[in-house]
Ligand binder design. Sequence first.
Ligand SMILES: Nc1ncnc2c1ncn2[C@@H]1O[C@H](COP(=O)(O)OP(=O)(O)OP(=O)(O)O)[C@@H](O)[C@H]1O
Ligand SMILES: [Mg+2]
Length: 248
Amino acid sequence: MGKTLVITNRKGGCGKSFTTANLFVGLARQGKKVLCIDADNQHSLTVSLGITEPDELPVTLATVIADIIAKKNFDPTEGIIHHTEGIDLLPANDSLTGMELTLAPLMGREIILRKYINKVKPLYDYILIDTCPTLDVLTINALAAADSAIIPVTPKFLDAKGLELLLRSISEIHEDINPNLNICGILLTMVDMRTNFAKELISMIENAYSEEIRIFNDHIPHSVRAAEASATGKSIFTHDPNGKEKAS
Ligand SMILES: Nc1ncnc2c1ncn2[C@@H]1O[C@H](COP(=O)(O)OP(=O)(O)OP(=O)(O)O)[C@@H](O)[C@H]1O
Ligand SMILES: [Mg+2]
């Protein structure tokens, strides 16, 4: 049964989509069967995995959600795209934008995605969900379906209040909707250890959170190659095969 991970932070641009794509290509390279679900209506994960015309796709996360709401019988693997680097992707496109309104009045609106994931879980070792930078109903669906949350934080700007609100929401979802949910850890992204500012922010984050939450020792370094990779439709492993593995 696949373990479901959600990559989430209310802060925009902190590396959620980059982490999702590359963490999972990394797992696929270790022989794991992985599915990424793009639950962000800006669908940058879908685009960064090389889907240049997402609006042309016949089946996306929005279609799947609509089928579950309509209680249709459907093939849950329909619409899953097989990326050349070994990961599967349930993509998103603009039609996900309207889903917020469709879901709003529904009973059980927080657990629609869980119903889909329960259908595909037996097929994968890992399922990873990329979320948008707000705690909208889709992000709540992702947290309600997940076993663990990874929180990317970039030591360029610390949105301490946003992080507190996210932690509180995760704790509420754990209590009310999904007792399986735990926090896997804070992952520092786009780290540039050459700057004192980054070092200071990292120690602030460690001081504030390391007693209650694991902070991964491995950081994702800031790298021009990483920024380029998102635009090429390739993972960092293919785009920069000789790149450094860790931030120094
Ligand atoms: N390690 C890195 N080094 C340099 N640039 C990076 C790195 N990781 C991501 N980026 C770039 O930073 C930008 C934001 O990254 P990404 O899209 O992953 O963030 P996000 O948290 O998903 O954003 P959003 O909240 O808008 O969904 C992108 O242009 C991406 O290419
Ligand atoms: Mg994103």
